[in-house]
Design a protein around this ligand. Structure first.
Ligand code: PSU
Ligand code: MN
Length: 302
């Protein structure tokens, strides 16, 4: 059912470390041509750590784990791509359509492919205004259902931070802060929300081993990796913009899966491109950490 790229197939056969990468960020998270260049840079960052990148997407109904250069290009340029959560996979397969996978579906596919580590920008969660919209990302459920370690810079900046942390707690999804004591909030490094601290990839790999192999707990794990100091944007600045954009969202009746792409695009305008630079930097930073974790986990699990 899954089609692997040659390098991913070889890595699976030889049991060498692999990092899964999502594709919604390519198709819907950044404008062209930055999206394509980031997708390529992320893959080369992983490779330069001696780890195999496996970007995941659906191409003409086939679940692909590891993409060719042409497929990466298709995701970055085509306007016939569906933002695909886990529930959409069957539809895409049956109708032979193209889909960019979110954290939810990437975690599911990575699990099916036996890949333990996955890098992204920010995880989905509980949206602000949830009391009226009921908008809670399927990312949360799929992080619960799939034993994959997800490296992110915290949650998407547009979310309700407190409620998302509470949901992670309820779903029993362990979150670890990499070299930090509080939750990083995507564009900004810290917050006043406590997180359990880890200082090395050895520690993270050891947590993965204790959780999945010793305790036999099946849930996924969130590794929150703060954005680099020189790239961060103060939370208050972003928060102000988000409140302004929220009003546009209501006025223009933007709903469902269109919400995140709209916010990201408007934040880029308001920050005069600085948020895009920050987003690019944190994604690459996460890919690098994910690769190091994958290497350590390969040592620990065997
Ligand atoms: N973070 C970003 N850009 C994105 C996403 C996260 O900075 O495009 C994507 C991820 O793929 C995440 C998805 O899984 O948004 C969640 O979307 P929703 O809230 O519609 O479930
Ligand atoms: Mn949603």
């Amino acid at each position: 059912m899954i089609e692997y790229s040659k390098e991913v197939r070889d890595a699976l056969r030889n049991d060498t470390p692999i990092v899964a990468l999502e594709s919604t960020i390519i198709a819907f998270g950044m404008p062209y041509p930055q999206n394509l260049s980031v997708a390529q840079q992320v893959e080369s960052t992983v490779r330069s750590c001696g780890v195999t990148p496996a970007t995941i997407a659906v191409v003409e109904g086939k679940i692909k784990v590891g993409l060719t250069a042409e497929e990466l290009n298709l995701l970055a340029t085509s306007d016939e791509i569906i933002k695909a959560s886990s529930k959409d996979l069957a539809y895409l397969m049956a109708t032979k359509k193209n889909g960019a996978t979110t954290v939810a579906s990437t975690a599911r596919c990575a699990r099916m492919a036996n890949i333990a580590v996955f890098a992204t920008g920010g995880i989905g969660g509980v949206h602000r205004g949830v009391n009226t919209t009921f908008d809670i990302s399927a990312d949360l459920l799929e992080m619960k259902n799939n034993s994959v370690a997800i490296v992110c810079a915290g949650m998407k900046s547009i979310l309700d931070v407190e409620k998302t942390i509470e949901q992670l707690e309820t779903l029993s999804i362990l979150a670890l802060g990499y070299q930090c004591d509080t939750w990083p909030l995507f564009y900004s490094r810290d917050s006043h929300y406590d997180i359990l601290r880890v200082d090395s990839c050895e520690e993270i790999a050891s947590v993965m081993h204790c959780k999945w192999n010793e305790l036999q707990q099946q849930e996924g794990l969130v590794i929150a990796n703060p954005i680099a100091q020189e790239q961060q944007i103060p939370y208050e600045t972003i928060d102000g913009y988000i409140k302004e954009i929220s009003q546009q969202v209501v006025q223009q009746k933007i709903t469902g899966k269109k919400i995140t792409p709209f916010f990201l695009q408007e934040i880029v305008k308001k920050t005069k491109g600085k948020s895009l630079e920050a987003n690019i930097s944190l994604v690459i930073n996460n890919a690098k950490l994910a690769a190091q974790i994958a290497k350590e986990y390969a040592v620990v699990k065997n």
